[in-house]
Write a protein that binds this ligand. Structure first.
Ligand code: ASP
Ligand code: MG
Length: 445
């Protein structure tokens, strides 16, 4: 991205997600919120996602004419959703007497590479944006889409509207990037599953990226990465409430920070096991080169050697990539790379995320104990500097999230909960309550 030097020193970039613009009434409300934003900042740029479930509906429609719709035509189709949304927001603003112009990515100059369906932004031209802002107009930009050097329309991958907001904020050197959504911030766990989950007021970029990468749905990790690189503060907040949400910026990490900042869950993963894999140099290279060429992201890799000559290779992919993976299997069989390939979509991933996870092994022990206390079996484990992830059966995911959240964040102390915390399992309940409570208060990490 270029051109952070020119410009105005008070650009505010907002992004509204699909649920915030799902109906004409909500679009009216968003127009009202943009009007409020203009009182805070004279120069407002807004990225908008497709209305409601439009993108899902377009994908379903494409599947009616093609078994696995991909590539250029698919992006041309999907980008239409955002084009509807920006023009609707533009019309709603103009109807309120607010000068506004809505732009596609092409009109705005958001250039990407040529990888359809998963394009990466190469640069953002600021000339048109600056011209429109200078003329006193709010600029509404179609999220999720870009344009190649050949003028082909691309999309940035599901949830890519966040990335559009971030690249605009970076290119315009915005004072902040407000990611407006249907929740009022980033939570310690998914509040729809864990009722005790609480809003996290401040996060560092690194924590936010890890939380997002581990499955928290609030902000696309690539958007947080871009804002980190360009030092743009992010405010994840509710589209329609004026309350503060979660601020993500440099130095947001307190020196004495609790080690675990959140528990994340992800159902949309599948486990792939290659059985009977030849034990010789180059085999893993072959498999993962194929996966990379098919643009399949791999989350966790485990190789085990049940016998001398044959290995077992297990890895986790996104459920959306199962078809693409299956297309690779015949090649592996033909090359005798693998004997049998199993794909299990009934798995899910749960992770704890935080700054000093690697240096505090006691945290992993507490996570595993919380699962064990609920008789939840762990299928695979992986750890990194900032997270510990487990693959478990998908049907236990909600229970696992509640158990692990209770372990690290305790039960909510609210006025309604006068019955006190419920026993977490038969085993735990058997322990004297006082001992269990004392245990919870003692930092064990
Ligand atoms: N409409 C796109 C999607 O559903 C992009 C977005 O909403 O951020 O993935
Ligand atoms: Mg799954």
């Amino acid at each position: 991205m270029k051109g952070a030097e020119q410009l105005f020193d008070d650009v505010l970039v907002q992004k509204y997600g699909g649920s915030s613009v799902a109906t004409p009434e909500k679009i009216q409300a968003v127009a009202g919120r943009i009007g409020d934003a203009l009182k805070r900042s004279a120069h407002v740029v807004v990225a908008v996602s497709a209305m409601g479930k439009t993108t899902d509906q377009l994908i379903a429609m494409a599947r009616e004419v093609s078994p696995s719709p991909r590539g250029r035509e698919m992006d041309l189709l999907l980008a239409s959703g955002e084009q509807i949304a920006v023009s609707m927001v533009g019309l709603a603003l103009q109807a309120r007497g607010i000068a506004a112009v809505s732009l596609t990515a092409n009109q705005c100059g958001i250039h990407t590479d040529g990888s359809f369906n998963k394009a990466r932004v190469r640069s953002v031209e600021t000339a048109r944006l600056v011209q429109e802002l200078g003329a006193g107009r709010v600029v509404i930009v179609a999220g999720f889409q870009g344009v190649t050097v050949n003028d082909d329309i691309t999309t940035l991958g599901r949830g890519g509207g966040d990335i559009t907001g971030a690249v605009l904020a970076a290119a315009l050197n915005a004072s902040s990037y407000e990611n407006c959504t249907d929740v009022d911030g980033v939570y310690t766990a998914d509040p729809r599953v864990v009722s005790e989950a609480r809003r996290i007021p401040h996060l560092s970029y690194e924590e936010c990226i890890e939380l997002a990468a581990a499955g928290a749905k609030v902000l696309h990790p690539r958007a947080a990465e871009i804002c980190m690189q360009y030092k743009v503060p992010i405010h994840v907040r509710h589209s329609f409430s004026g309350k503060p949400g979660t601020w993500i910026r440099e130095g947001a990490t307190m020196m004495e920070r609790p080690s675990v900042v959140g528990v994340t869950t992800d159902r949309k993963v599948a486990k792939v096991t290659l059985m009977d894999v030849k034990d010789q140099p180059g085999i893993a290279a072959h498999v993962f080169r194929d996966l990379a060429d098919a643009e399949i992201n791999v989350r966790l890799i485990i190789q085990a050697s049940p016998s001398h000559e044959r290995n077992r290779l297990t890895f986790i992919i996104e459920s959306d990539d199962i078809d693409a993976l299956k297309a690779l299997v015949p090649g592996w069989k033909k090359a005798k790379t693998a004997g049998r390939v199993e794909v299990d979509n009934d798995v899910a991933k749960i992770a704890i995320v935080g700054s000093r996870i690697a240096s505090t092994p006691g945290l992993a022990a507490r996570m595993f104990t919380a699962l064990a206390d609920h008789s939840i079996n762990i299928d695979c484990i992986s750890t990194s500097e900032m997270k510990v992830s487990c693959i478990i059966a998908e049907k236990f995911l909600d229970d696992a999230a509640r158990a692990i959240h209770a372990e690290f964040f305790g039960q909510a102390v609210t006025s309604e909960s006068d019955e006190g915390p419920k026993p977490r399992s038969a085993k735990r309940a058997a322990k004297p309550a006082a001992k269990a409570a004392a245990k919870r208060r003692t930092p064990r990490a």
